[in-house]
Design a protein around this ligand. Structure first.
Ligand code: ADP
Ligand code: MG
Length: 339
């Protein structure tokens, strides 16, 4: 396989609610290339495992069939190769090469945006591969319809197979990933230490790995064992920086913007649903994303007491299970605040 990285496997990909669909779809494609979903289109934010999963499919295909021609490349590489082929009058070779593959894996196709000539060429390659039953896997940092500067005919084709999202991992998955990565590095990481890191680092898996590396390095240098306190100390700067970015003021501002209400509404005594819900959402976010206590959070929302904050948090937790609007709102806001 060209450019396949064997360290990205299904075996070392931790499954969780956030990546379950993408993981299941990728497995099916690996087992039945060209026959399950074509193309498989995986989208989601940075550091969430898109490249890992895509590469895992390629590696798995090669394991089943060592003679398979599986080609992985980043979309910028596709663009550069095509430009070069045009300059060298070798565009026919370029076409022939890409049409001869058993599977074509193109990463981060958002970089095709605004590149008309590339899109034209890729359009024909896409059609040829689809017709030939050759597997395509594409990743992107956003939903295909949201890519500005991408031809409509490509957008629609990207949806012909299966489009799946990868979401930021939830707490339990973050813990599992950390335990696994530590294990792979031959490090003993207690559940409590993993839990501490996972609670603090919520944005994506790459950040999680970065934090863990820092802790491990610090432990090597100091010869001290990794405990939750040691983790806190090792990540002090990182966490301080994070606290500066996500604080109650920011949360209130962003929640107010999101629901198109005024910040003063969040702090007011008004109890109509249109402001009470956003207020409860904001309090829950404050609890989840900052280190403030319940009394502090209640106080920051117009001098309410801690039981009001507690009630808000319980209410939103409950609504996340029963109300898909709230669930979606909360997820969106989390994403805005943590990335
Ligand atoms: P993306 O392509 O979405 O930006 P990557 O696939 O490069 O993200 O993932 C970033 C890092 O996180 C990689 O080292 C990858 O192995 C790791 N990673 C992401 N998701 C998982 C997961 N579910 N299990 C294990 N490792 C993961
Ligand atoms: Mg990637």
């Amino acid at each position: 396989g060209a450019n396949l990285n064997n360290s990205f496997t299904f075996d070392n990909f931790i499954e969780g609610k956030s990546n379950q669909l993408a993981h299941a779809a990728a497995l099916q494609v690996a087992e039945n290339p060209g026959g399950a979903y074509n193309p498989l289109f995986i989208y989601g934010g940075v550091g969430l495992g898109k490249t890992h999963l895509m590469q895992a499919v390629g590696t798995e295909m090669m394991r089943h069939n060592p003679n398979a021609k599986v080609v992985y490349l980043h979309s910028e590489r596709f663009v550069a190769d095509m430009v070069k082929a045009l300059q060298l009058n070798a565009i026919n070779d370029f076409k022939r090469y890409y049409r001869s593959v058993d599977a074509l894996l193109i990463d981060d196709i958002q970089f095709f945006a605004g590149k008309d000539r590339t899109q034209e060429e890729f359009f024909h390659t896409f059609n040829a591969l689809l017709e030939g039953g050759q597997q395509m896997i594409l990743t992107c940092d956003r939903y295909p319809k949201e890519i500005q500067g991408l031809e409509d005919r490509l957008k629609s084709r990207f949806g012909w197979g299966l489009t799946v999202a990868i979401e930021p991992p939830e707490l339990e998955t973050r813990v599992a990933i950390l335990m696994r990565k530590a294990d792979e590095s031959g490090i003993k990481l207690s559940y409590d230490s993993a839990f501490f890191i996972a609670q603090k680092i919520r944005s994506n898996v790459r950040e999680l790995e970065g934090a863990l590396k820092r802790v491990i390095a610090n432990s090597h240098f100091t010869g001290r064992a990794i405990t939750p306190d040691f983790v806190r100390e090792s990540l002090k700067d990182l966490l301080a920086l994070q606290d500066k970015l996500v604080n109650i003021d920011n949360i209130q501002r962003i929640v107010a913007e999101y629901y198109k209400i005024k910040i003063s509404d969040l702090l007011s005594k008004r109890r109509s649903r249109s402001v009470a819900r956003p207020r409860q959402v904001a309090m829950s976010l404050a609890k989840e994303l900052t280190n403030h206590s319940l009394p502090e959070i209640g106080d920051a929302f117009g001098g309410r007491d801690h039981t009001t904050a507690l009630h808000a948090i319980r209410k939103i937790k409950e609504l996340q299970d029963t109300d898909s609007d709230i669930r979606e709102d909360y997820k969106q806001l989390m994403r805005i605040l943590t990335t």
